[in-house]
Ligand binder design. Structure first.
Ligand code: ADP
Length: 493
């Protein structure tokens, strides 16, 4: 097959396009930065028109780099920053305000009110999510309450809501398709993950008219075709999933118990839990992994707010490293951490602690602790946090993990991955293609459009770059994990 699969990866800081071949190799990539707006403390916005413009530019640039046209693209798959909320006018196609980004905390007070009113338990049982400003629902309500005439206009059926994939598909099809997929719908806090429909009680509680909401479709299905003027000929749009779910799919975690961790700015660990949702007792989020082949599958998700960002802090604030890549050699020089632990709770702690008021600390400092120890302790903290999330997942799912697939920028660090294997006592597997998010989107679109025939075929594309096997005496592991627990105990409020 001479054709390519196109993945549009619409991220928080940039929009990328990757063209893959049938073996899942990256053949071309183009990337465009996205402007970040911080209008007030704790607020984060994007310009949705810019998202569309730069995403289209990235797609054209990737095609140009291979000198190919629309007929060389078999289909398009989309993956996106999740939860970010776009509201636009269906007649003019213009957003009525800036997109409210997942990181934006503007609805924190309203969420506190919801929790005080006792509604939170019901919301969680239906959506799998804790009531939190992170998710789209309260962001959409904020738009309707605060943008002049928005509510009236929505009630007249003039306004449409979507997360970023919905907005992109609507633009790619020139307004022919107003759709989302199960994985993205499950992040809105408006979608009932048990009966797979928008929840009328939640919509009522948040005063959101159902007519604004997109149709929810499988993650792998043909949503429509691109308008012919965009690329010279129509291209089918065959799949969509939120970024973390797409990475889980790209890592071919198709069976219950399969899990992946992404070490990026933050860390996201997802475990496939199969065809039934598992509601967490240990601070995990229950989410839809994808809908493929007429079946919806679920995942448990743990969020680590600060992962690779702790390395950026060493570089930018402390100035004790020149580049992130230096940390591997420095850690290996250190011979242990000399008893110190770093807890990077810069923005509170996520799973399983959920303490927004916790703050970072380096504990166990003695006169002999030097820069190398601190660098090593920081890398170790990225591993300890994954241990905490994974143990919570095992407790909730009753599944004992035997291996963990990894990706993300910091997975380039072999010290980190070996330490992860040692502390988890589980093999850590790094794939040759670390562009798993985009690959997952390509896979979803490739299955619906016949580029790939089955998940079995995709699994054959997953090739290990390196497998890290645990090699630490149990006593040392237990001692170090106990030291970490004690350090975390000191930062919790
Ligand atoms: P995101 O997609 O969240 O922006 P990436 O997946 O590109 O992030 O990963 C970037 C993060 O990984 C940065 O926070 C950086 O500090 C960290 N990082 C990159 N390379 C290394 C390395 N060799 N060792 C440790 N951390 C690294």
């Amino acid at each position: 097959m001479s054709q390519y699969m196109m993945a549009l990866d619409s991220g928080t800081t940039s929009c990328r396009c990757i063209l893959f071949d049938h073996e899942g190799n990256v053949c071309a990539m183009a990337q465009k930065e996205l402007t970040q707006y911080y209008p007030k403390l704790g607020w984060v916005e994007h310009d949705a028109e810019e998202i569309w413009a730069v995403q289209l530019e990235a797609a054209r640039e990737a095609m140009n780099s291979l000198h190919i046209g629309a007929t060389d693209i078999h289909a398009i798959g989309i993956t996106n920053q999740r939860e970010t909320t776009v509201v636009w006018n269906r007649l003019t196609g213009k957003p009525i305000c800036r997109a409210i980004v997942w990181q934006c905390r503007r609805t924190a007070e309203f969420c506190d009110e919801l929790k005080r009113s006792g509604a939170a338990g019901d919301f969680s049982a239906k959506t799998g999510l804790p009531v939190d400003p992170y998710f789209s629902g309260t962001k959409l309500r904020w738009v309707l309450d605060n943008v002049p005439n928005a509510r009236e206009s929505a009630q007249r059926g003039e306004l449409l809501f979507g997360t970023v994939e919905t907005w992109l598909i609507w633009n790619l099809t020139h307004g022919a398709a107003h759709v989302t997929d199960y994985s993205n719908a499950s992040r809105t806090m408006l979608f009932n993950i048990n009966n797979l429909d928008w929840d009328k009680d939640i919509l009522k509680a948040l005063k959101i008219p159902r007519t604004m909401l997109p149709e929810v479709r499988p993650s792998s299905c043909i949503y429509g075709e691109t308008s012919p003027d965009l690329f010279g000929a129509p291209i089918p749009i065959g799949g969509a999933a939120g970024d973390q779910q797409a990475a889980l799919f790209g890592q071919t975690c198709f069976l219950p118990g399969d899990a992946k961790n992404t070490y990026g700015t933050g860390g996201f660990l997802l475990m496939n839990t199969g065809s039934k949702p598992i509601f967490s007792r240990n601070g995990l989020v229950t989410t839809i992994a994808w809908g493929v082949d007429g079946q919806v599958e679920y995942a448990l998700e743990g969020s680590i707010f600060v992962s690779g960002a702790a390395i950026q802090w060493l570089r930018d604030e402390l100035g004790i490293i020149k580049s992130a890549a230096d940390t591997e050699a420095i850690a290996l020089q250190a011979d242990g951490t000399n008893g110190c632990y770093m807890v990077p709770a810069f923005t509170g702690l996520g799973t399983p602690y959920w303490d927004p008021y916790a703050r970072g600390a380096i504990v166990g400092l003695t006169r002999g602790v030097n820069r190398n120890h601190i660098v090593r302790a920081t890398l170790d903290s990225m591993c300890y946090q994954v241990c905490d999330v994974l143990r919570a997942m095992e407790a909730d799912s009753g599944i004992r993990l035997t291996s963990l697939k990894v990706d993300g920028g910091a997975s380039a660090n072999s010290y980190l991955l070996q330490t992860q294997a040692d502390l988890l006592n589980v093999s850590v597997c790094k794939p040759r293609c670390i562009e798993t998010t985009a690959l997952g989107a390509a896979y979803l679109a490739g299955l619906s459009s016949g580029y790939w025939r089955s998940c079995e075929e995709l699994r054959k594309n997953w090739k290990a770059d390196r497998i890290f096997v645990p090699d630490m005496p149990p006593q040392e592991r237990a001692q170090r994990l106990a030291g970490w627990k004690e350090a975390v105990g000191r930062v919790l409020r």
